[in-house]
Write a protein that binds this ligand. Structure first.
Ligand SMILES: [Zn+2]
Length: 79
């Protein structure tokens, strides 16, 4: 009888240890909403009129109403 109680106690301890481990592994819900923790860094993208590469609009070289990735591509024909 003592042997059965020992095994039951051992199994309960193992289950409790596994549950505690799983609880420690799951990420906790943050208190602050996501928008408060990291402000959105959304920047509009544009496309080079010559080579077609996409890049942030703030880095665009604008000429004749078109966006270019670099001053060198401004001199080249748009595609
Ligand atoms: Zn380009």
């Amino acid at each position: 009888m003592t042997r059965i109680l020992f095994w039951i106690a051992l199994i309960v301890l193992i289950v409790m240890a596994v549950r505690a481990k799983l609880r420690a592994m799951t990420p906790k819900e943050p208190d602050a909403p996501r928008a408060e923790r990291e402000p959105a860094q959304v920047e509009s993208m544009t496309r080079c009129a010559h080579c077609g590469v996409h890049f942030p609009a703030s880095e665009a070289v604008r000429a004749d109403g078109l966006d270019y990735c670099s001053p060198a591509h401004v001199r080249l024909p748009a595609q």
